[in-house]
Design a protein around this ligand. Structure first.
Ligand code: ARG
Length: 457
């Protein structure tokens, strides 16, 4: 395939340099957006009498035929072409002749690539939003099932106070719902058409940018032609959204790894979402969760690389910008792959409530409740805190729990104690009473589920 730019240049480009320059391996996935953009461009050119109606018809039919041949697999993308824009335009001209050569009027690959990338990423964001919603739905479903399942809540990885698995899962639902919101915000801001900015300085042809934007579903047109071709903020914003989603997925994965370990045994992963060891027959490894945690670094890297590619660029287009697609595509591919396994991995896991309850019983997670009970009997909190600490130490020395410590031991510390204290420190009671807004009591978890499901409608 020859170069689109072989006018001035008379010498041939070195083969290694040509390959180095090529972006077809990365941008060929935008073939549909490239064709749809060109269809809109041809229609606009004809509407403005820049090309004839017949030429536009020939171009549009030719482009549609290329699209269906590519989708049917009867036309293969030539990986020797410089980029997808070159491939589509040259294939069109080979097929329809002269009219094909008129398509690139009042256009440059600079506004074309910016257009294709926005169109492509707009769709990718939609797909990722769908996957995020699926994960949130799964979290809500599992939270509903586990809203009464007591487990220890942790701070510093030390058992702290009682929560439920449902409450814990809903904390993740909140994160992923925010991710969804961020993605939607980024899409709103990126839905601006760069086409018609041309190489950098607009054009002398009487183009109708608004028409082209409308045909392609954009909300607005870029107001400044230099900015229109140079702006890659949308790539950075999307990468930042995706990086934060990976942070959330990675934290969640870490919990899955912990919970499925022999030390915790709060969940058992389905065979469909875990692997065995080639040597240790007893192993069931949480590979999906670990890989997700590991892939987080890639997406952070994509964000950092994008920022770095852009930071020293003078206006307008510079070839450095060709690097943007590989990075943002990788970020989307990675996040989508992680989300695709995260939802069913959670959906098929078996929760082990006896183990959670045992961990809850052994962790003195009702100590705050005991102190609060003493406060209810008139003791100042600081005094109650100290006394409860002494009782916990007593339990540890005797190898017992606050629930099992005899009343005499309590009364030896304070005459305020009576049998009622046992009700106050019963783990289920401790949980049920945590009805403060946003708290772990089942009715509060129920409200959280409703709130989240409403948001993802
Ligand atoms: N392949 C190029 C890219 O991805 C397309 C734009 C080329 N423009 C140019 N002036 N060489 O950025």
């Amino acid at each position: 395939m020859s170069k689109l730019w072989s006018g001035l240049a008379s010498g041939a480009i070195d083969a290694a340099a040509e390959d180095f320059n090529r972006s077809i391996r990365v941008d060929s996935r935008m073939y549909r957006q490239d064709i749809l953009g060109s269809v809109a461009h041809a229609r606009m050119l004809a509407a403005q009498n820049i090309i004839t109606g017949e030429d536009a018809e020939a171009i549009v039919n030719g482009l549609n035929a290329i699209l269906s041949d590519l989708e049917a697999g009867t036309l293969k993308i030539d990986t020797e072409a410089e980029d997808i824009h070159t491939f589509v335009e040259q294939t069109l001209t080979e097929r329809i002749g002269e009219p094909g050569k008129r398509l690139h009027t009042a256009r440059s690959r600079n506004d074309q690539v910016a257009l294709d990338t926005r169109l492509y990423l707009r769709e990718r964001a939609e797909t990722t939003a769908g996957l995020l919603k699926e994960l949130v739905r799964t979290l809500c479903r599992r939270a509903e099932e586990t809203r009464d399942m007591v487990m220890p809540g942790y701070t510093h990885m030390q058992r702290a106070q009682p929560v439920t698995m449902g409450h814990h899962l809903m904390a993740y639902a909140m994160m992923f719902v925010r991710d969804l919101g961020r993605l939607r915000d980024a899409v709103k801001r990126m839905n601006v058409s760069p086409i018609g900015c041309c190489a950098l300085a607009g054009t002398t042809y009487p183009t109708d940018r608004a028409m082209e934007a409308e045909l392609l579903g954009f909300e607005a047109v870029a107001e400044n032609s230099l900015d229109g071709v140079s702006d890659r903020d949308f790539c950075v914003e999307l990468a930042a959204c995706l990086a934060l989603t990976m942070t959330h997925l990675s934290r969640f994965s870490e919990e899955i790894v912990l919970w499925s370990s022999w030390e915790f045994r709060f969940i058992r992963l389905s065979d469909a979402y875990s692997t065995g060891s080639s040597i240790m027959p007893q192993k069931k490894n949480p590979d999906m969760a670990e890989l997700t945690r590991g892939k987080t670094g890639r997406v952070y890297g994509d964000l950092m690389a994008l920022l770095t590619v852009l930071k020293g660029l003078p206006l307008a287009y510079n070839k450095d910008m060709q690097e943007d697609k590989e990075l943002i595509f990788d970020a989307f591919d990675t996040v989508d792959a992680c989300l695709t396994v995260a939802a069913p991995m959670l959906g098929t896991a078996v929760f082990l409530p006896e183990n959670m309850r045992r961990a809850a019983a052994e962790g003195f997670i009702n100590a705050t409740d005991l102190a609060d009970w003493l406060v209810g009997r008139g003791m100042p909190f600081r005094t109650a805190y100290k006394l409860t600490g002494e009782l916990v130490a007593e339990c540890t020395a005797r190898g017992t729990t606050l629930e099992e410590l005899p009343l005499e031991v309590y009364r030896a510390k304070s005459q305020l104690f009576d049998r009622e204290l046992y009700d106050a420190i019963n783990i289920d009671n401790c949980l049920m009473r945590r009805t403060s807004y946003g708290g772990p009591a089942p009715e509060s978890v129920e409200r959280q589920i409703e709130y989240v499901l409403e948001l993802i409608q």
